[in-house]
Design a protein around this ligand. Structure first.
Ligand SMILES: Cc1ncc(C[n+]2csc(CCOP(=O)(O)OP(=O)(O)O)c2C)c(N)n1
Ligand SMILES: [Mg+2]
Length: 630
């Protein structure tokens, strides 16, 4: 057997560079690069391995050989960038992330949870404590009294779809192969973590040369069981007011055309989850837009009366179901198309386990000759048109002195091109975008709402842009999210990766302020103010200048006060050739138009304030509308 003598760090890099993914006969590089921040836990292992690969590629004259190294500012942000990269590439490619041990490693845990919840493949390579234990406890080692094989990296286990720790080099080949399998399994994918003890990373081993051959991981279009399709078709044929709920699975499967044709053939309107918002153009008469807690009146009215709901590639989160109130018809039945059996089984639905595109095609055959009544289609088109008029009104409120966030969204939508991307994650913006953004392209709407993680925005924007350099990426970031994690602006500047950052400053957590008010908690602790004379945080606004902050990081900054100034600045930002922030202050008290949907956030049962007691009474009343969908 031919062997190659390399360290563990070098072997990991060499292996990753040789992995490919394939679907529909198109091949991609599975791991396109590696983000890293070095410390004693990875500098001599993976760090040296990345350098070694780069030197070898340079000698061989290959620009794209080895594994491209990207320097991060914060390990959590690296993982967000990798997740956004994978999402943009419909999970066919991703990035690896290497960290040192201890805090560098645990900084990645939030990113891991985000990737796993959103079913986005990311490969995490945290350094770990010495396998030999000769020098224990090493810097940043947590000593656990009951187990010497426990390290902080064990916290990755519940947030990873696969976890292994490489105590000996011999374990590496099987761990790497298992890791690639999970990354490329559409139902299982998420964060995959290989913890690499720092001494093992630098250790040499004679690897079988076969380990480093090019390997292709075939991503299947799993066909559904014909009997399951027949059962689902029977349910759908019984429907008088069917509704489709399209989720992210439709986009990852590249099933948007199959969805459009299915909806059109059978006359079924489509509501969209956050991850599924790009599944249909908003100007399609069958597109009812956002559904659920942040839904449109169109989708939510259709949902309220639907007798059969066909979920495609959705996890049915509480935002989608409005905490199990939006599907209100007694006896409503569900059909669930999903690659993950656990999601296909939800809401006691007729489960169709399989790839979204393959399942829609099979279901279309089984439904041949049937369609919903023309009046249902006409009613859906009427509701959709009415909502579009609501959107137009929200885009043009002309509020003064500070514009409404909806107006800002309207201008971004107008200035963005057909294939440009709007990206966001937390605050009041995701709900407003869900309701108001006019979608045009499946990849054009990137709102991370599985984990809704403040701080994802700029890091995620970087990952999305790295994955799709031919699109402009509009990062919509609130002041709270900006303050949580803006450091990757430096990486964007360093890499010459252009982002358009729209910083919407409303001096605090407006979304939680509104939520706080709705639970009778008086916006407590949600605006950015000095401590006032009574000791509360209700004094003057903090003198924070986020535009100056961005400029100090090397970003080109344009400040806008009015909505007209904002439009002009945004046009300039789109034309610019480098990362640009357009900064605007908005009024925190102006929400997007409501669809009357509810969201279950429990209200205190005991309270001093009358407002809280009233909110509790309203909460208990609202809960009566919750249904179990059994
Ligand atoms: C990491 C993280 N911490 C806390 C939250 C809870 N949370 C959701 S939105 C929000 C406020 C966001 O503020 P900002 O970015 O300014 O947006 P705004 O609400 O003002 O629109 C908070 C604290 C979260 N989603 N993520
Ligand atoms: Mg804010």
């Amino acid at each position: 057997m031919t062997t190659v003598r390399l360290t563990v760090g070098q072997a990991v890099v060499r292996f990753l560079a040789a992995q490919r993914s394939e679907r529909d006969r198109t091949r991609h590089r599975l791991i396109e690069g590696c983000f890293g921040i070095f410390g004693h836990g990875n500098v001599a292992g993976l760090g040296q391995g990345l350098l070694e690969a780069q030197l070898k590629a340079e000698l061989a004259g290959e620009r794209d050989g080895g594994l491209r190294y990207l320097q991060g500012r914060n390990e959590q942000a690296m993982v967000h960038a990798a997740a956004a990269f994978a999402r943009t590439r419909n999970r066919m490619s991703t990035l690896a992330c290497t960290s040192s041990i201890g805090p560098g490693a645990t900084n990645m845990v939030t990113g891991a949870a985000l990737a796993t919840i959103n079913r986005l493949p990311v490969l995490l390579l945290p350094g770990d404590v010495f396998a030999t234990r000769v020098a224990d406890p090493v810097l940043q080692q947590l000593e656990h009294p009951s187990g010497q094989d426990i390290s902080v990296n064990d916290v990755f286990r519940p947030v990873s779809r696969f976890f292994d720790r490489i105590w000996r080099p011999d374990q590496l080949p099987s761990a790497l192969l298992a890791a690639m399998r999970v990354l490329t399994d559409p139902a299982e994918t998420g964060a995959v973590t290989l913890a690499l003890p720092q001494d093992v990373q630098a250790e040499a081993y004679d690897w079988p040369a076969e380990l480093f051959r090019e390997r292709v991981w075939h991503i299947p279009r799993t066909p559904p069981d014909p009997a399951a399709v027949a059962r689902a078709a029977e349910v759908i044929r019984s429907a008088r007011r069917p509704l489709i709920v399209a989720g992210g699975g439709v986009i990852y499967s590249e099933a948007t055309e199959a969805l459009r044709s299915f909806a059109d053939t059978f006359g079924i309107p489509v509501g969209q989850t956050q991850a599924g918002k790009g599944t249909m153009r908003s100007d399609d008469p069958l597109c009812a837009g956002a559904i659920g807690a942040t839904g449109t009146t169109a989708a939510n009215e259709l949902a309220a009366r639907a007798d059969v709901v066909i979920g495609i590639g959705t996890r049915w989160t509480d935002f989608t179901t409005a905490s199990r109130t939006v599907f209100a018809k007694p006896g409503v039945r569900f059909v669930n198309i999903n690659v993950a059996p656990s999601d296909a089984a939800k809401q006691s639905g007729a489960a169709v386990v399989g790839d979204a595109r393959a399942a829609l095609e099979a279901l279309a055959v089984a439904l041949a000759g049937w369609s919903a009544a023309p009046a249902h289609r006409a009613r859906a088109a009427e509701l959709a048109a009415r909502w579009q008029a609501t959107v137009e009104a929200a885009y043009t409120t002309r509020h003064e002195p500070r514009p409404a966030q909806a107006e800002v969204i309207g201008v971004v939508n107008e200035v963005a091109g057909e294939r440009d991307v709007v990206l966001c994650a937390a605050g009041s913006m995701p709900g407003d975008l869900h309701k108001l953004w006019r979608t045009r392209d499946p990849g054009g709407y990137h709102v991370e709402y599985g984990y809704s993680c403040m701080g994802y925005e700029i890091a995620g924007g970087l990952g999305a842009k790295l994955a799709a350099q031919d699109r402009e990426v509009f990062v919509m970031v609130g002041d709270g999210s900006y303050l949580m994690m803006a450091g990757e602006l430096v990486t964007a500047v360093q890499e010459g990766v252009k982002l358009i950052v729209v910083c919407v400053d409303n001096h605090g957590f407006a979304s939680i302020g509104n939520l706080s008010e709705s639970v009778g908690a008086q916006r407590f602790g949600t605006s950015y103010r000095f401590r006032g004379p009574d000791g509360r945080l209700d004094g003057g606004f903090l003198p924070v200048d986020l535009a100056a902050n961005a400029a100090s990081l090397g970003v080109y900054v344009l400040r806008a006060r009015t909505i007209e100034e904002f439009r002009r600045a945004l046009v300039r930002a789109r034309a610019a050739d480098r990362t640009t922030m357009v900064y605007i202050e908005t009024d925190p008290l102006l929400g997007a138009p409501s669809s009357g949907a509810w969201w279950d956030v429990p209200v205190a049962e005991v309270a001093e304030l009358e407002a809280t007691r009233e909110a509790r009474a309203a909460y208990e009343k609202a809960k009566e509308r919750q249904r179990p969908y059994l």
